[in-house]
Each structure stands twice: as C-alpha cells, then as structure tokens.
Design a protein around this ligand. Structure first.
Ligand SMILES: *Cc1c(COP(=O)(O)O)cnc(C)c1O
Length: 427
C-alpha cells in the first residue's frame, strides 16, 4: 500500500510523496498531509539518529520511487547528532538541534529536502534552480545543504541591511552553485520576487525552478525524527516545549507523537507575536502582521503550518485540547538569558530562551513533571544580542567558525520581477 498525500483544504487530487515534495504547495493553496497517519512500532533504542529517522519515515515513503533511497537520504541528512542533555535547571532537559553547519535546527530539514530534490530531478540536461527567500536562518541552511551538489543551484534572496551581520556573512559565504542576492527591500519583497518567478511559465521553460519553502513536506517530515529519537531515550513520556514561529517544528513533534513515539504534552513557546497564544486561550484564530522581536526567526503573525495543526485534530476545540501556547516578550527573553548565564552558566539563544521561560512558568505554577526544551539555534549565531546580556564572548562552534572565516559577497538586486528574471536567465 503506498502512502498518499492530500491537501489540508481538500480540493486537490491525492499525490504520492515525490509529487508532494516536488510541488511544495498543493494546487488548491493548501498544504500536503498524509491521507492517514501511520502507526509504527517503537524503533530500536540502540541505533543512531539516522536509523531512527529511517524507521519513523518508512511508512511515509512506502510505494514511492524515493523509498529505496530512504536509507541514503537519512544518512546524508542526519550526519550530525541531536543530543538531549540534562540542564543545570532541575527537571529540565535540552534537546540540542544546533550541531549542523549553520547552527540551527533548519539544517536537518534543508539537508533532507536537498537529498530528495537532487534525486527527483527529471531534466538532467539543465540544472534545477532552487529559489529561497529568507529573513536569516532558512537561507543559510538551504545554501549549506545544496552547496556543491551536482545538477542544482540556489539563489538566496534576503532583505539588505535587515539580517544580522553574522547572518549576512553566512548567506554570502557559499559561492559556486549558491549565490546570494541582497534585495533593496523587505522580506515580503523577497518572497514576492520568488513567488512571481516560480509562477512565470515562460521563465520556468527557460530556467527549471523549485522552492525550498518551509511548508515543504521534505523539510517537515525529517523534523519528526529528532523528537522521536530523544523520546526513546527519555525513560518516560517526553513532555516537550517547542519554540515556535511557523509551527514547522511543533507540528513535526506532534506527528511523531501521533505515529506512536512516547511523547507526552507539547507546549509552544512564542515570542511577542500572539496569534497562537490567543488561539489556545480560546479566542478565534486571527492571522496578523508580524512584529519584530529579538527572537527574529519566530517573528510570524500567520503561522503557515497552522492548517496542518488543525487538520491533525479536526477542529478548533480538539486542537486546543492537544496543545498549549504562551507568549514571551523581549524583556522576559533578555532576563532569562542574563539570569541563567549568571546563576548556572547555561547560555541560550533568544529563541531557546522563550522555551526556558515557559518551563519556568510551569514550575512556578506548581508543575513538577519533567520537560524537554528544544534548543533551536546556538547562541553564537545571535552574538550581538546574547553577548551584551551575559557580559562575555560566546564560543563559536567549529562549523560556524569555518563558514564565518570564508570570504563573503552578495549581489544587489532591485525589487523588480523583470530584472530578477533576466538575472536568472543570464546565470
Ligand atoms: C525557524 C526557527 C524557529 C521557528 O521554527 P518554526 O518551525 O517556524 O516554528 C525557531 N528558532 C530558530 C532559531 C529558527 O531558526
């Protein structure tokens, strides 16, 4: 029996896994989800993360042309660990998702998607061009994942002067088949340029293109694996706090629980963008513009995976019973980073700090259970925020240091679809 994928909006024909990954968005504007959630037996305890990933993802690949390649895809994507370690904070564990080349959890999803897309390429005479608009972390992860792979190339579009200096350096450091464009506009302008180019059939005929958007199943599915792997080693059902923006990581955690991994409660930590906390407090879902915070990778007012969350549980009421979301503002993030560095020596990135704060609120409210907090990025990535708060330097992980040591350059790009199309044709 092969697994089929349907749209959250119910208006598109079911497709296989490869079709869903290649398409990104379903034709009715919805997001692809499995037609039925599989249930699996528990993977063996003694294996590596890549082995757990393979066991968890087998039913999702069943009957697809990519199924035979799943072991190789997992080996390529899960080439670094995601350790769960005890914190020097009683009752709390940290699930460190930042040991990849760009020091954020997005490395796992980006590498998995790259491994899938390079195998799905049909037109072998011409390269496949991946377009990615980024406000920081996504572009670097996608660039690193595709860098040096044959038959593919990546154009990263980011808003000039609106990403951190280290982020800008990372984005421009690849060279070769990965080029960075600093767009004279906002993140929304970058996204619009990408959307227009992908929807331009004449341009598609000249330059075969695809996207590495965060709604892609090829990025969501692999994110189930590290939650599942960690839960197998937790010794009890693993209650999990997930710092959340577009709900990609959080939905992956809930899917892992749904297929049978021993994950307990799942709590979403948000920054000052309150769309989800308001919804879980009982008010109707209301998307809005994002407001800027120091946890900028979570600056989202309309979480793109909300449709998948509601689809999983059926309706608003059932969704509220299965989750919980809290907002942590910039002052609380700063206080959390400063206080832990001073008291127990733990240093967190601003996104991870939202999760730590939610844990502390649970303790204050009398919750005595154990919790695992997902650490979504390494604090060295956000040195300009973290270092003044802790009063010392944050040591830079080796992979990130290597990337920062390379030369970096980005090309300027106007917010003009025709200029961008010409640039693509001329590459
Ligand atoms: C992308 C990102 C998030 C938010 O993840 P979602 O899957 O969009 O909820 C949190 N922290 C960091 C560091 C990120 O890069």
């Amino acid at each position: 029996m092969s697994m089929r994928y349907v749209s959250t909006r119910g208006g598109a024909a079911p497709v296989g896994l490869s079709g869903a990954i290649a398409a990104g968005l379903a034709p009715d504007g919805g997001l692809y989800v499995p037609e039925t959630m599989p249930r699996i037996g528990l993977p063996p305890l003694d294996g590596y993360l890549s082995g757990t990933a393979q066991r968890m993802l087998e039913p999702f690949f069943e009957g697809d042309p990519l199924a035979d390649d799943l072991p190789a895809i997992c080996a390529e994507a899960f080439a670094f660990p995601a350790p769960r370690r005890e914190l020097r904070i009683e009752g709390a564990h940290l699930l460190e998702l930042f040991h990849g080349p760009t020091a954020a959890f997005k490395d796992f999803g980006a590498r998995f998607l790259a491994a899938c897309l390079t195998r799905l390429r049909r037109d072998t005479a011409r390269p496949l061009t991946i377009l990615v608009a980024t406000s920081g972390d996504t572009g670097a992860a996608v660039g690193a994942a595709f860098h040096g792979l044959p038959g593919v190339r990546v154009a990263i579009l980011y808003p000039d002067n609106r990403v951190s200096p280290r982020q800008a350096h990372q984005l421009g450091s690849f060279g070769g088949n990965v080029r960075a464009l600093r767009v004279e506009g906002s993140f929304d302008d970058c996204q619009r340029l990408v959307k227009e180019a992908l929807g331009d059939t004449a341009l598609q005929a000249d330059v075969p293109m695809s996207s590495a958007n965060s709604i892609s199943l090829g990025r969501l599915l692999p994110q189930m694996a590290y939650f599942g792997h960690a839960s197998l080693h937790a010794g009890e059902r693993m209650n999990t706090i997930v710092p959340t923006g577009n709900l990609g990581n959080a939905v992956a955690c809930l899917w892992a629980r749904e297929i049978g991994l021993p994950i307990g409660e799942v709590s979403f930590a948000c920054n000052a963008n309150e769309t989800l906390p308001e919804f879980f407090a009982g008010r109707p879902y209301r998307a809005r513009d994002a407001i800027p915070t120091i946890a900028n990778a979570m600056d989202v007012g309309a979480p793109s995976n909300f449709e998948r969350l509601r689809h999983l549980f059926g309706d608003d009421a059932a969704t509220r019973l299965n989750g919980h979301a809290e907002s942590v503002d910039d002052a609380a993030i700063r206080d959390t980073i400063h206080r832990h560095a001073a008291s127990d020596g733990e240093v967190f990135c601003p996104h991870t700090a939202t999760g730590i704060r939610v844990f502390e609120r649970k303790r204050l409210a009398g919750d005595r259970s154990g919790w695992t907090i997902a650490a979504t990025a390494h604090p060295a990535k956000f040195d300009t925020i973290v270092e003044p708060l802790i009063g010392r330097r944050v040591e830079v992980p080796a992979a990130l240091a290597a990337m920062l040591a390379r030369d970096a350059s980005a090309e300027p790009m106007a917010v003009d679809g025709r200029v961008f199309a010409d640039w693509l044709r001329g590459w």
